[in-house]
Design a protein around this ligand. Structure first.
Ligand SMILES: [Zn+2]
Length: 387
């Protein structure tokens, strides 16, 4: 599981002046042999080796980078074809090495810089919500974290004072008093659970919360959450904290989060299409989105998941075009263009490189007929006329 701790460790790593190597390596594509994937990585590493072995770096830095590259070569990703990518970060001189499996393909790239280059990784992971999962009844509660359909280890609920104390020491109370006492304990229990959830949500960066339990108790519990957290309740499911197994929690909570993410996609698509229809800063369709990305105008890109469109890329200025057949010079800078099997992937990468947000839409929405739509940062200049 990719924990928020790992991501924090990478983001805040201080190399104290030594270079950090960041590598993104795609797992073998469906049509590619693992060997071809390895040789891709190998040539990328050799290129970097060549550029960092000259006099630009001092002795310690050079040594550290050389070790980093060896380490990355060793840790080269394995895995089922088409399963995404791996991000690796290394600074051997400071004993730093991290790798993160990404669920989506990203372009192979290797960067040597003063800090870890995390943007492509974060752009992919941003599409998945980190959620807290609480399963409770009136006396018990259990907690987990869910990310990318994976359920982490059960989290300790620090305050277990109430467990098993439900009926202790109540001899001599009449039924009415027992009821009042039980209600009081239930409320105290719920507010302690809510406190724990709030602390964990802040520490672990939970964007969503999923609540499991008996229907009636779940609806009694939710109002105990602080307002900001209550708005983040993605959904609820039925479960008994005493008997539920983690596999059942995983399945139920993953379904809740998935439904939430699909609904969110529908909302984003409707917002973008609505903005475009109203003449706002948005474009719809492949050609306009490509032009918008070419001029770095895209703030949010919505792209139909699994769709591919052949197109053209200008290696010099980054212009993107959809015309698959006529491979002329770049209409912006005149350099020779190269053909690509999927210009939508180039589009997504370009948006990420320019600090935009990318959301792959797999829900059934009106985006299916347009393939992509984008919310813009500024109005587009006129597109160069097609040759
Ligand atoms: Zn160009």
């Amino acid at each position: 599981m990719i924990t928020s701790d790992t991501l924090r460790r990478i983001a805040h790593f201080d190399s104290a002046g030594l270079p950090v190597v960041s590598a993104y390596v795609g797992l073998p594509a469906r049509s590619e042999s693992p060997r071809a994937a390895r040789s891709r990585l190998s040539s990328m590493l050799s290129e970097t080796e060549a550029t960092t072995s000259d006099g630009d770096l001092d002795h310690d830095a050079r040594l550290s980078v050389r070790e980093d590259l060896a380490r990355i070569r060793e840790a080269a990703p394995t895995g089922p074809p088409g399963a995404g990518a791996v991000a690796l970060f290394a600074c051997s001189g400071r004993g730093f090495f991290e790798q993160v499996r990404l669920p989506r393909h990203v372009r192979d790239r290797l960067v040597v810089d003063g800090t870890p280059w995390t943007r492509p990784m974060l752009a992919v992971l941003d599409e998945f919500h980190r959620a807290g999962v609480v399963v409770l009844d009136r006396a018990d509660a259990r907690l987990w974290e869910l990310f990318q359909d994976e359920l982490g280890d059960e989290l300790a609920l620090h305050d277990t004072a109430l467990r098993g104390s439900r009926y202790a020491g109540w001899h001599g109370l009449d039924e009415r008093h027992v009821h009042d006492k039980a209600e009081e304990l239930r409320k105290r229990h719920f507010s302690r659970v809510a406190d724990t959830v709030r602390t964990l949500a802040r520490e672990r960066g939970w964007e969503l919360l999923v609540v499991g339990g008996h229907h009636e108790e779940v609806s009694l519990f939710v109002p105990f959450l602080p307002h900001g957290l209550r708005e983040r309740v993605a959904g609820t499911f039925a479960a008994d904290p005493g008997t539920v197994r983690p596999a059942e929690v995983q399945q139920a909570a993953a379904k809740v989060v998935e439904d939430y993410e699909r609904l969110e996609e529908v909302r984003w698509v409707e917002d973008a299409l609505g903005l475009h229809a109203a003449g706002g800063l948005a474009v719809v369709g492949v050609e306009d989105c490509l032009w918008a990305a070419s001029v770095k105008a895209v703030q949010l890109l919505l792209v139909q998941d699994e769709a591919t469109v052949p197109g053209l890329v200008c290696p010099r200025c980054g212009w993107l075009g959809a015309r698959g057949q006529t491979r002329g010079p770049c209409p912006v800078c005149g350099a020779p263009t190269s053909a690509t099997g999927d210009v939508l992937e180039e589009l997504a990468e370009a948006v990420i490189d320019n600090s935009g947000t990318v959301e792959h839409v797999s829900a059934q929405t009106r985006l299916a007929e347009h393939l992509c739509a984008a919310v813009l940062r500024f109005p587009l200049p006129a597109a160069p006329s097609a040759e």
